[in-house]
Design a protein around this ligand. Structure first.
Ligand code: SD4
Length: 329
C-alpha cells in the first residue's frame, strides 16, 4: 500500500500500531548464551523494504553492518520516484536539491555531509569523510569539492518532474519570508540500523530534507546524535520527521542513552517522542519517529502521530511493521 493511503487508512480507522518490543527470532535463539548471532536490519518507511534487500545481500554473506547500511540506503538514493532522498529529492525554495547524510559504525567512527549538491550518493561521501579524513562533517561546496576530488558520481538535480512541481510551487509561494508548510507528506528520510553476524552495529541516514526549506537549512539527518547514533555498548537509533524538533532533543542519542539506562527500544523511542511533545506548544503536523535496536537484538519504534512504519529483515522475516504512536492526525 502506498504510504499516503496507508496514512489515511490509519488515521481513519485508528488501526495502526501496537508492536510490542520484539526480539528477532534468530537473535533470541542464542541470546540466552549471551552470544549475539544477528543479523538484522531495520529502516524507516516502506522504501526501507527495497533498501533492506540490498543490505541483506551483504549481511547474509557475512558482510559487515557498515557495508550493509551503506549499500542499503544507496538504493533509496538512486530511486528517481522518491521525493525526499537522493536523486529524486525535492529542492529548497531557491531550487537547489541539497542532500544530507551520515553514517556511524560499531567503533563510534562517524562521517557526515550536509547541503551537498549534485552528487549521486551522499552516504558514500559521508563514509569517505569518516574513513579518509580527520573530520566528521563536511558541508556545502567543501563537501562537493571533496566528493569530486574522490571521483564520486555526479547527478543533475532537480530531475525534470521535480523541477516542474517546484516551478508550480514557486508561482504559488512568492513570499520568501513565508515559512514552508510543515507537511508530513513532504519528507521521508531513510534511516537504517543493522547488526551483522558478528553482533556489530552500524547505521546510516540520508535525505533531501524538508521540501522547499530555506537554502542552507540542515535538518537532523546528517547530525550525529540527532538523525543517527550508534554505540556498540548499547545499541543504535535513527529518526525521521521534522529535523528541527529532533535536533532540540538530540533525538537518536537520547534514544540510545535511554536504552543504556534500561529502557527497552520501544520505551526509549517513546520517551524521545514525549520529550519533543513536551517542548512544543503547537504540535500541528509535527511528525517525528524513531527506530531503535539494542545490542541484544531487541528493537522498537515510536512516532508522535500515526502512520510511521519501518521495514524489518531478519533470517526469518521480511516485512513492514507499524510503529506505535501517541496520537492520530
Ligand atoms: C529533515 N528529518 O531534514 C529530515 C526529514 C525527514 O521524514 O526525516 N523526513 O528534517
Amino acid at each position: 500500500m502506498q504510504r499516503r493511503n496507508f496514512l489515511k487508512l490509519g488515521a481513519a480507522t485508528g488501526l495502526l500500531s501496537l508492536v510490542e518490543p520484539v526480539k528477532a527470532a534468530n537473535v533470541m535463539a542464542t541470546s540466552s548464551s549471551g552470544k549475539i548471532s544477528g543479523p538484522i536490519v531495520l529502516s524507516t518507511w516502506d522504501h526501507g523494504l527495497a533498501a533492506n534487500k540490498a543490505a541483506w545481500e551483504v549481511l547474509k554473506n557475512g558482510g559487515s553492518a557498515l557495508d550493509a547500511v551503506e549499500k542499503g540506503v544507496r538504493v533509496t538514493e538512486s530511486d528517481v520516484e522518491n521525493r525526499s532522498v537522493g536523486i529524486g529529492g525535492r529542492p529548497d525554495r531557491d531550487g537547489h536539491v541539497t542532500l544530507d547524510a551520515c553514517i556511524m559504525d560499531d567503533r563510534s567512527r562517524c562521517g557526515s555531509v550536509a547541503c551537498l549538491e549534485g552528487i549521486a550518493h551522499p552516504i558514500s561521501v559521508a563514509r569517505a569523510v569518516m574513513e579518509k579524513t580527520q573530520h566528521v562533517m563536511l558541508v556545502g561546496d567543501g563537501a562537493r569539492k571533496f566528493a569530486l576530488d574522490y571521483g564520486f558520481d555526479t547527478i543533475k538535480t532537480p530531475i525534470p518532474e521535480v523541477k516542474k512541481d517546484y516551478e508550480k510551487w514557486k508561482k504559488e509561494n512568492k513570499d520568501v519570508f513565508k515559512k514552508p508548510e510543515i507537511n508530513h507528506e513532504n519528507h521521508d528520510t531513510i534511516g537504517m540500523i543493522a547488526m551483522d553476524a558478528n553482533g556489530k552495529l552500524s547505521g546510516a541516514c540520508t535525505t533531501s530534507g524538508w521540501a522547499y526549506k530555506m537554502h542552507g537549512r540542515v535538518g537532523d539527518s546528517p547530525i550525529i546524535g540527532a538523525g543517527l547514533f550508534v554505540d556498540q555498548e548499547v545499541g543504535a537509533a535513527t529518526s525521521t520527521g521534522l529535523g528541527e524538533a529532533i535536533i532540540r532533543v538530540a533525538g537518536s542519542h537520547t534514544v540510545v542513552e535511554l536504552m543504556r539506562h534500561g529502557y527497552s527500544p520501544l520505551e526509549a523511542c517513546k520517551e524521545a517522542c514525549m520529550r519533543i511533545i513536551r517542548k512544543h506548544d503547537d504540535l500541528t503536523g509535527l511528525q517525528c519517529g524513531f527506530i531503535a535496536l539494542d545490542k541484544d537484538g531487541n528493537f522498537g519504534a515510536y512516532s508522535i502521530y500515526a502512520g510511521f512504519n519501518f521495514a524489518l529483515r531478519t533470517l526469518e522475516e521480511e516485512k513492514l511493521v507499524d510503529a506505535n504512536f501517541d496520537r492520530n492526525w
